[in-house]
Design a protein around this ligand. Structure first.
Ligand SMILES: Nc1nc2c(ncn2[C@@H]2O[C@H](COP(=O)(O)OP(=O)(O)O)[C@@H](O)[C@H]2O)c(=O)[nH]1
Ligand SMILES: [Mg+2]
Length: 359
């Protein structure tokens, strides 16, 4: 039976099986992804990132409940590269997400952490594509905001929420400027906790510093007019009528479900903004372009290696070790050698590659 088709028909068991195949980067998974590709591009991908303990999982659960009330199907992808096993944190998340279990309109998937961080981002992208094709309108991706891997995963998202909370160390410097740069919406969770005022104040001033220069949308090459970033409490830093988006700040108390519908409102506004400004298409194209580049690079590398004579490669390497050839010269020699090989004896190199493959 065709796995891709049963996923399109809404079969949950097939969906779970395909997610595993895709996560493990199997050939069957790849084939199914190819078949599903034409059905993707509809979902709103929402990244949720921030330090451990800020309340990301609690927020994601609450948002999922909210979107379910709007009748939308919701997929949740939890990514935690810092934990080598699918234990602890993820299990806790699962328990907390119990309100959602049993709802056929919700699918929760934890990414097992294996292989390289780049590999994790790639596997996550595949899993997200499967959910998209399977008709999940909202896909939330929870990542621990710690470094480049999260930034890579955040690039997948149309809308990125950065979650902060008071009391996670008094030092506001701990809030990485880098993570604010990827924020479309800033959530200050645990608004029931002391220190909320100063956390919010610090975030506001960091945002005002960061934004005038960094997030101006260039419309036909000309800078968009700058809206005034400061206004009354609660009304500040929202999107203006122009093609510019200033990340709004939203307070929430995830454990009490407070601020959730306001947060969902900001998400809806960002969605609207992305379409109005043309940013949605720009983000989609940039993402597909980099996917294409990565696939092309690896295909070219495979093709190159297939034609490469191992003996020749080691000879060249030895020359580099002896510092007779620079790495750049070595590459040139290898490329020239391969070109000659493919020109001279296409048949023969085909034979060698065949034998090499069957080994
Ligand atoms: N006081 C308070 N605690 C919260 C709030 N949101 C989450 N928590 C608690 O903070 C802890 C970490 O939450 P979790 O959602 O797992 O955070 P994550 O690590 O960012 O996914 C849990 O014990 C939650 O119950 C909140 O708004 N207020
Ligand atoms: Mg979590």
């Amino acid at each position: 039976m065709n796995l891709a088709n049963s996923v399109l028909e809404g079969d949950r068991l097939s969906l779970a099986r395909l997610l595993t195949l895709v996560e493990n980067k199997t050939t069957d998974g790849r084939t199914a992804l190819d078949a599903l590709f034409a059905h993707t591009g509809k979902a709103h991908l929402i990244g949720v990132t921030g330090a451990p303990g800020t309340g990301k999982s609690s927020l994601v659960s609450q948002l999922a409940l909210h979107f379910r009330k709007e009748g939308k199907r919701v997929a949740i992808v939890a990514v935690d590269p810092s934990s080598p096993f699918t234990g602890g944190a993820v299990l806790g998340d699962r328990v907390r997400m119990k309100d959602l279990s049993g709802d056929p309109g919700v699918f929760i998937r934890s990414m097992a952490s294996r292989g390289s961080i780049g590999g994790l981002a790639q596997a996550t992208a595949g899993v997200v594509q499967v959910f998209d094709a399977a008709g999940y309108e909202i896909i939330m991706i929870e990542t621990v905001g710690a470094g480049q891997s999260e930034v890579d995963i955040a690039k997948l998202a149309h809308t990125t929420l950065v979650v902060e909370a008071p009391g996670l160390g008094d030092d506001i410097q701990a809030i990485k400027a880098g993570i604010l740069e990827i924020a479309d919406i800033i959530v200050i969770n645990k608004a029931d906790r002391p220190g909320i005022e100063s956390t919010e104040k610090a975030l506001k001033s960091m945002l005002e510093l960061a934004h005038p220069t960094q997030r101006i949308f260039l419309h036909h090459g000309a800078p968009a007019p700058l809206p005034h970033p400061k206004s009354e409490e609660g009304e500040g830093m929202k999107e203006s009528k122009s093609n510019t988006w200033f990340p709004p700040l939203q307070r929430t108390i995830a454990i009490e479900g407070k601020g959730i519908s306001e947060l969902a409102g900001h998400i809806a506004k960002h969605d609207e903004y992305l379409h109005r400004s043309g940013d949605w298409a720009i983000r989609e194209q940039a993402r597909l372009r980099s996917e294409l580049d990565a696939a092309l690079q690896s295909a070219l590398m495979d093709q190159f290696l297939e034609r490469l004579s191992e003996v020749h490669f080691h000879q060249i390497m030895d020359q580099v070790f002896a510092r007779n050839l620079s790495p750049a010269e070595a590459v040139k020699a290898l490329m020239d050698g391969n070109m000659a090989a493919s020109r001279g004896s296409k048949l023969e190199s085909h034979e060698t590659s065949k034998t090499r493959r069957t080994k």
